[in-house]
Design a protein around this ligand. Sequence first.
Ligand SMILES: Cc1c2[nH]c(c1CCC(=O)O)Cc1[nH]c(c(CCC(=O)O)c1C)Cc1[nH]c(c(CCC(=O)O)c1C)Cc1[nH]c(c(C)c1CCC(=O)O)C2
Length: 350
Amino acid sequence: MLKNDTFLRALMREPVEYTPVWMMRQAGRYLPEYCATRKHAGSFLQLCKNTELATEVTLQPLERFPLDAAILFSDILTVPDAMGLGLYFAEGEGPKFERTVRTEADVAKLFVPDVGTELKYVTDAVSSIRKALDNRVPLIGFSGSPYTLACYMVQGGSSSDYREIKTMMYARPDLLHRILEVNTLTVIDYLNAQIEAGAQAVQIFDSWGGSLPYGKYQEFSLQYMARIVAGLKRENDGRRVPVIVFTKGGGQWLEDIAAIGCDAIGLDWTTDIGEARRRVGDKVALQGNFDPVALFAPPAAIEAEVERILTSYGGGTGHVFNLGHGISQFTNPDHAAALVAAVHRLSRKD
Ligand SMILES: Cc1c2[nH]c(c1CCC(=O)O)Cc1[nH]c(c(CCC(=O)O)c1C)Cc1[nH]c(c(CCC(=O)O)c1C)Cc1[nH]c(c(C)c1CCC(=O)O)C2
């Protein structure tokens, strides 16, 4: 039995005593204890692949702040790495792949990896984290969306304009659809393996779906996320495993996203959460949507911003407080503490 299931109840729009909160990238470089463990591991990827250390960093933010959920420490790019593309992190440059998927021949070679062997280190981490959490709070598993994974696979790394993948989309949509097909089958296996290992909710990170034009978003990103939602095991320990879909920059498509069968939509900070609630009605819960850059302001300003978001949402259940994107590595941890405390204190007043 979970000691604190507020997060799961809010996602299912069941009554809650206060608004639960977690932060995207809550385990990361803004915490000195994370930097110390990462140094000990050698590299970020070695940290992800070491069960004991991945467990340790997952729990670090929970030791500091009374967060209502833990998130598996890993990365979305473990999936293309398992497809043999060779993930590495060049110092100061972000993620890169040794091989890209651009030509007809590259696409023909692409395969659905055996998740049970190639990504066993991830499911081992899930089991180990569940044990270490001892039912304190629920554990969130996650994956990249098929389109967001494809962005890194085609580009070979991060990009400012996604020129290669978008050119493929316009010139050879058949090739991109084939990549998305392989990614979709892989993500279904991957998330189901995380759920079987103990993940109590899952989030699909569609970080780059918001860069697509209207219509193309539905065809190249949302359609595939709908297939994932339909393909997931939805029960664990006798409870429903809620699915959160986070399309960064997806605020204009909320009705479409709410229609794919997910339980919650993650919002970035550009959308008014009260208006979002009116648009989706009681179809889904909402997660968000504090601008992570506002964490650089003094605690009084952070509290005012928390209050604005809680007031806009309008009380009751169905809201999971979060940042609108990952926390910056330059954030002062005391400011993150102020955010978490403000969410709990101000939402209990309702
Ligand atoms: C696009 C994406 C990635 N990874 C992820 C996304 C989707 C969310 C988003 O849009 O930000 C998701 C992710 N990455 C990480 C987590 C762990 C769980 C958590 O605490 O939220 C999660 C959920 C750890 C990480 N993933 C990464 C770090 C920093 C690596 C380090 O310690 O050096 C962490 C803590 C590396 C990473 N991984 C990725 C990038 C672009 C980078 C480099 C950017 C950066 O340096 O912040 C790909």
